[in-house]
Design a protein around this ligand. Structure first.
Ligand code: FAD
Ligand code: NAI
Length: 463
């Protein structure tokens, strides 16, 4: 037995590294096992950070080519240097993953390099050595979901990982799955010049989001040139010399047809990743979707083994994983860690962005909750007009009796940032009236949030 720790965290994604840092801050002796060459997990290496770097660069390119003319800025001979764009993305990732390594050193978290395997409660094997720990935290994240008949090679049929690495803009990118990854990465390549067709099994995009928002969002993306085939399923993909031929048919069955693509992005969801972790050997229970089962305190059925992040139930989001990491570290240190699952924002980082928080209208209807709706369009917001970004609206759902905010949904410029004030409001149990009576700076996009709050009682001022 090599060394003993209070906590060994397996996986250094936003769940694992944040749990390790918080536990170390609280005075525990902590190690984090990571098999990837760099720390930071899916999010920093092949997820949130590289995708946002490319979203920003492609948006800059697109604005330079198109939107800035409206502002009186005329640039001739604008060219794409994709190699430089990809290199910059790499630099952004490197700065972030190095940052985590620095934080580990600063907080005296030991990085155990290699794949971790739980050999018994309290024991983790890494690279032939065995380490002991009072507490083991599984934070091994998730992986892309496969689709039978669509074999990923990460060059012509890619997951998000390959879609972030393309060295040429495809003529035609076909995206399977109209969810977050498909629309974010579809936007990247659309802005850089690809024709993009999204094939979605359901009759709508971004399931789980408010239906009205999703419809409006689809209209905006259609205006941007994206094409959609809803209620359609892919039954096979054949690679040839010139790209891929996909066979598709109506989701409910019917005549099939073929669609040609240069590159296919498979983005139909992600699933928990627990490969070679030894869960079965130690008897850690998983659910029907392979996720590690935990109780309200992140404990598995095996004493001393816990799990957080994408590998357990709940939204697969970096900030959800981080907050669980903090809560669990605090619980392990004898404090009262807690995550409020009713107030976890979800953001699609396209332009405009889509941000969701709390209940959707569909969920309130299904639960029989009486509610009021306050809506305000960005066309009536002075700042949005000045920016030239008037697509979208803010929608606030409040309890009919108490006026307490139950949900908020925004499609529009910087929606992901705007939603934060409503998250704070909900965390404090605020009413729409509380937000409506808060002084908001003028001219700001946040005034649209205030006006939507006023609109809950039918008294928006600027519409
Ligand atoms: P992960 O980040 O998946 O980390 C798990 C780590 O564990 C990995 O590094 C893996 O190598 C390691 N590991 C696994 N098994 C072992 C083992 N046996 N031994 C050692 N190490 C092991 N979320 C957002 O909130 N915002 C976004 O903008 C966003 N964008 C995304 C874009 C893309 C393209 C993708 C794919 C995901 C995105 N996500 C985003 C989701 C986000 O990345 C995840 O929710 C988040 O990374 C989950 O964190 P985690 O710590 O649970 O796991
Ligand atoms: P997703 O769950 O967001 O979307 C998958 C889509 O594929 C759904 O619309 C679903 O109906 C559709 N689908 C499923 N099977 C299909 C099939 N056979 N044919 C056609 N369509 C099919 O999953 P996605 O986009 O892969 O992302 C995975 C997760 O990663 C997300 O759930 C999210 O939690 C996380 N993520 C978060 C981001 C963010 O916060 N900005 C960005 C990217 C990913």
């Amino acid at each position: 037995m090599s060394e003993t720790f209070d906590v060994i965290v397996i996986g250094s994604g936003p769940g694992g590294y944040v749990c390790a840092l918080r536990a170390a801050q609280l005075g525990l002796k902590v190690a984090c096992v990571e098999k990837r060459a760099t720390l930071g997990g899916t999010c920093l290496n092949i997820g949130c950070i590289p995708s946002k770097a490319l979203l920003q660069s492609s948006e800059n390119f697109h604005a330079t080519m198109h939107a800035w003319k409206d502002h009186g800025i005329v640039l001739d001979g604008v060219k794409l240097d994709l190699a430089r764009m990809q290199a910059r993305k790499g630099e952004v990732v490197e700065a972030n993953v190095k940052g985590v390594e620095f934080l580990f050193k600063k907080n005296k978290v030991t990085w155990l390099k290699g794949a971790g395997r739980i050999t018994a409660p309290g024991k983790v094997a890494v690279n032939g050595a065995e380490y002991a720990a009072k507490h083991i935290v599984i934070a091994t994240g998730s992986e892309s979901m496969p689709l039978p008949g669509v074999d990923v090679d990460e060059t012509t049929i890619v997951t998000s990982t390959g879609a972030l690495e393309l060295d040429k803009v495809p003529d035609h990118l076909v995206v399977i799955g109209g969810g977050v990854i498909g629309l974010e990465l579809g936007s990247v390549w659309r802005r850089l010049g690809a024709q993009v067709t999204v094939i979605e099994f359901l009759d709508r995009l971004i399931p789980g989001n408010d239906g009205e928002v999703a419809k409006h969002f689809q209209r905006i993306l259609t205006k941007q040139g994206m094409k959609f085939r809803l209620s359609t399923k892919v039954t096979g993909a054949v690679k040839g010399n010139e790209g891929v031929t996909l066979t598709v048919e109506p989701a409910k069955g019917g005549a099939s047809e073929q669609i040609k693509a240069d590159v296919v992005l498979l983005s139909i969801g992600r699933r928990a990743y627990t490969e070679a972790l030894g869960l079965q050997d130690v008897g850690v229970a998983t659910d029907e979707r392979g996720r590690v089962k935990t109780n309200g305190h992140y404990a598995t059925n095996v004493p001393g083994i816990y799990a957080i992040g994408d590998v357990i139930a709940g939204p697969m989001l970096a900030h959800k994983a981080e907050d669980e990491g903090v809560a669990l570290a605090e619980l392990l240190a004898g404090q009262a860690g807690h995550v409020n699952y009713d107030v976890i924002p979800g953001v699609v980082y396209t332009w405009p962005e889509v941000a969701a928080l709390g209940k959707t209208e569909e969920e309130l209807k299904a639960a029989g909750t009486a509610y009021n709706v306050g809506k305000f369009p960005f066309t009536a917001n002075g700042r949005a007009r000045a920016m030239g970004d008037t697509d979208g609206f803010v929608k606030i759902l409040a309890d009919k009796k108490t006026d307490r905010i139950l949900g908020a949904h925004i499609v529009g410029p910087d929606a992901g940032t705007l939603i934060a004030e409503l998250a704070v409001a909900m965390e404090f149990g605020a009413s729409a009236e509380d937000v409506a009576r808060t002084c908001h700076a003028h001219p700001s996009l946040n005034e649209a949030v205030k006006e939507a709050a006023l609109a809950v009682e039918g008294r928006a001022l600027h519409i």
